[in-house]
Design a protein around this ligand. Structure first.
Ligand SMILES: *Cc1c(COP(=O)(O)O)cnc(C)c1O
Length: 363
């Protein structure tokens, strides 16, 4: 952000703030297919039942939606055995993270998270006027929870744990996170970001909801954007005890979730089995991509999400360009590495082919 010396005065916290870089779409080519593997989206077209539910709901676009998002909250409450009052609904779980930080942080308060992790975290922390405390990932691109616990000070208000971690892929284990929750002071909010929950197969993975039941300072974030195919409709939720849930609802602008989004989310829950079958296809594809990349010599960490991480260091941008020239857009992060989403099988085939050519040239 520029620093205008004249004109309306903006909060100093906004100076030098990085902007969110979305995964780019693939440029259309006439001679061959191109694929966007840069935003961790569900590559399957939405099921007809979701499209129909949204279409039907759009007939009342002249009316405000239900402020409480009551039907969706009711359905989630029954399914997850969580009281309705412990939910806050928002325009995606990222919006809820912004509201959480707004609800907890005074200027100069500290927000702790692993790095590298989800690129929305530093932006959200800075918008809130908070100080970012980034704790380096450890071996295997995993969260270093003991180091994160050790970094907590009197100024710490929030610790974010992203499991599986975007963009590297590993989960934290339940044992690790339970130990961590036992150590963190009760005044500090622990946010467990479970955006990729439905892709997790490791039986030792952390169960954020179980920890929320045991700890009044644990808040779980979930989304309909990934496994449920609704990234464009912006619907996510937080589960937290009071007073956090109540504060979140206060900080959320009224009518955040449209009835089109709410009805589509309800339809997604109604045909969850079909969606989870798609997820299972992607989980199998994930194993194929990961093994393929490792066989080519890439040092890919374990992943429980719908993407893989290639720690390419100084080659990061060149690798991303080579993939794009071949018709696959991946997501490069500075000089750290590339994240590649698991796509439909044809996209994964092409990506593995391009990665193979890169590896052959690099030898
Ligand atoms: C994709 C993603 C989300 C979901 O964001 P929405 O705002 O719900 O679309 C949240 N956290 C992480 C780590 C993600 O990768």
């Amino acid at each position: 952000m520029t620093d205008p010396s004249t004109g309306p005065r903006l909060r100093r916290a906004l100076q030098g703030i990085p902007s969110y870089k979305p995964g780019r779409p693939a440029a259309a080519a006439t001679d061959r297919p191109t694929y966007k593997l840069s935003s961790n989206e569900n590559p399957f077209p939405p099921l007809p039942a979701l499209v129909e539910a949204a279409h039907e709901a759009s007939r009342v676009m002249n009316r405000y939606p239900d402020l409480a998002c009551g039907r969706l909250v009711g359905t989630l409450s029954d399914r997850l055995d969580v009281p309705p009052g412990h939910f806050a609904m928002g325009t995606g779980s990222v919006a809820l993270l912004y509201h959480l930080l707004q609800a907890t942080c005074e200027p100069g308060d500290e927000v702790v998270y692993a790095w590298r992790s989800f690129e929305a975290y530093p932006i959200a922390a800075q918008v809130a006027g908070a100080t970012r405390i980034e704790v380096p990932l450890t071996t295997g691109a995993r969260h270093d929870l003991p180091a994160m616990a050790a970094s907590i000070t009197d100024r710490t208000r929030v610790v974010i744990v992203c499991t599986p971690n975007n963009p590297t892929g590993p989960v934290v284990t339940h044992e690790e996170l339970a130990d961590f929750c036992a150590q963190v002071p009760r005044e500090v909010l622990i946010v467990v970001d479970e955006a990729y929950l439905q892709f997790v197969r490791d039986p030792a993975a952390a169960d954020g909801l179980a920890l929320y039941r045991d700890h009044p300072n644990v808040c779980v974030l979930r989304t309909f954007s990934k496994a449920y195919c609704l990234a464009n409709f912006r619907v996510g939720y937080a589960i937290a005890h009071d007073p956090v849930a109540e504060a979140l609802r206060v900080c959320t602008p009224p009518f955040a979730v449209s009835s089109v989004a709410e009805e589509a989310a309800l339809a997604a829950l109604a045909c969850e089995n079909e969606l989870l079958e798609q997820v299972e296809v992607l989980v199998k594809e994930r194993a194929r991509v990961t093994e393929g990349l490792r066989a080519l010599g890439f040092d890919v960490p374990a992943t429980e999400a719908n993407f893989s991480w290639l720690p390419l260091g100084a080659d990061t941008q060149a690798f991303a360009r080579a993939c794009e020239e071949g018709g696959v857009v991946v997501r490069p992060f500075d000089e750290d590495g590339c994240r590649v989403s698991v796509g439909e099988p044809a996209a994964n085939d092409l990506f593995l082919d391009l990665a193979g050519r890169w590896a052959a040239r690099a030898r």
